[in-house]
Design a protein around this ligand. Structure first.
Ligand code: NDP
Length: 250
């Protein structure tokens, strides 16, 4: 088999009995990842800011006959320490561990030059895209450490590796995500049971892409379903021992 996660074909029961939390699970790539992880046997925790969207994904998972998910409504722009602590506490009570954490939620912010970037928008983007994944990871680390095989996956972007004009806080937050992932991977490198990686989905047919490129025909872009090989590889047990990397889906 090729070592390239883009060629990965998951066995049907890959995630059987694995507990996986997905942020931004109500729409876009996160929704598809949640449905896919459930299809491959995971017990999913659907986290997002819009309850109705999470409930729709919950209903789809139940209708397909997959394991019953949990829902956690949390707005990263407003969440406080107590909200994170409560989430960890309820997961501790219900599961006692966490096997997979997909940091997927994110916002685009403004497409404007640094010279004119609105400061409040900058702070919001950095908070949702970078600070929140840091706090969530730190809060859930004891649950991840209670797993025999835990995988943390952060979502990056092409502009998180090479800055481009008018991508402002979004690009800088994704550079931060790459840095957070590398620091944590290094800190946990002696713990074989935890791995930490980044994934860059590449241009994908979602609401965020539409907002960034309003003139583009969405039909020319791959849908989230076509990216799921690398997501399954990284969240599932086949990537054990792989840590500190940043992968491309396309
Ligand atoms: P979408 O905008 O379609 O989905 C983003 C998700 O994040 C939504 O579920 C949204 O919830 C959730 N979210 C946004 N803000 C918050 C918040 N404050 N608190 C909690 N949840 C929040 O984006 P994509 O699916 O396209 O993007 C998914 C990830 O992939 C992002 O990290 C993005 O940066 C990255 N990416 C995407 C690319 C693309 O071409 N699509 C390319 C490169 C990277 P709600 O639906 O309720 O608003």
């Amino acid at each position: 088999m090729s070592d390239d996660p883009r060629d990965y074909h998951a066995p049907a029961n890959l995630l059987h009995d694995r507990i996986v939390l997905i942020t931004g699970a109500g729409s876009g790539i996160g929704r598809t990842a949640a449905l896919t992880f459930a299809e491959y046997g995971a017990r999913t925790i659907l986290l997002g800011r819009t309850q109705a969207k999470l409930e729709a994904v919950y209903d789809e998972i139940l209708a397909a006959g997959w394991a019953r998910p949990s829902i956690s409504v949390m707005d990263f722009a407003a969440a406080q320490g107590d909200d994170y602590a409560q989430l960890a506490e309820s997961m501790q009570q219900e599961f006692g561990r966490l096997d997979g954490l997909l940091h997927n939620a994110g916002i685009l912010g403004e497409r404007s030059p640094i010279e004119h970037y609105e400061v409040s928008k900058w702070l919001e983007v950095m908070h949702v895209n970078l600070n929140a994944p840091f706090v969530l990871t730190q809060t859930l680390l004891p649950l991840l450490q209670a797993s025999d095989d835990a995988s943390i996956v952060f979502t990056s972007s092409g502009v998180g590796r090479r800055g481009r004009a008018y991508w402002g806080a979004y690009a800088v937050s994704k550079y931060g995500i790459e840095g957070l992932s590398q620091v944590l991977a290094d800190e946990t490198s002696a713990q074989e049971r935890i791995r930490v990686n980044c994934i860059n989905p590449g241009a994908t047919r979602t609401g965020m892409r539409r907002a960034a490129y309003p003139g583009e025909d969405p039909e020319t872009l791959p849908p989230p379903e076509s990216l799921m090989g690398p997501y399954l590889y990284l969240i599932g047990p086949d990537s054990r021992g792989v840590t500190g990397h940043s992968f491309d889906c396309q």
